[in-house]
Design a protein. Structure first.
Length: 141
């Protein structure tokens, strides 16, 4: 896998799956250290079960913000909200923050209704964010 430095220099897309495997390996190591023995596959599997969806959501946001390009997400979405985040667009920032903490489409629908948010713009942003696809990717492990 490409190091963070190589990524910054080349701008090449990273692999979501390769990075997730590294995170699962780190989790397995930490759990094993805590228990004083190799916890093996159960600890590894625990990471995938407990963290994969959140991991995908966060990486999707990184991709949309232009922080990191991920191979598994569409190229035309990379950096789509870079300018909006840099300029401090409050609606884009609010939506990405809420996606990061696990909001689903129904919660956004209620938010739009209760707070009188601009429905069409919120829907436009959510279509690009594509929560359902990002959070429900197959872990392939």
């Amino acid at each position: 896998m490409q190091s963070a430095f190589e990524f910054c220099v080349t701008g090449a897309a990273l692999s979501l799956y390769e990075f997730a495997i590294q995170e699962a390996d780190r989790h397995k190591w930490l759990v094993s250290e805590r228990h004083g023995r190799d916890c093996g596959l159960p600890a590894y599997s625990e990471w995938w079960r407990s963290h994969w969806r959140e991991f995908c959501r966060y990486r999707r946001i990184e991709h949309l913000r232009g922080d990191r390009r991920w191979r598994e997400y569409e190229d035309d979405a990379y950096g789509r909200y870079y300018d909006a985040v840099i300029s401090g667009d409050p609606l884009v920032t609010a939506i990405l923050d809420r996606v990061a903490v696990g909001w689903e489409n129904l919660q956004f629908a209620c938010w739009v209704q209760e707070w009188g948010m601009p429905r069409d713009r919120v829907l436009e942003i959510l279509e690009v964010v594509n929560i359902n696809t990002a959070a429900r990717m197959d872990p392939k492990v």
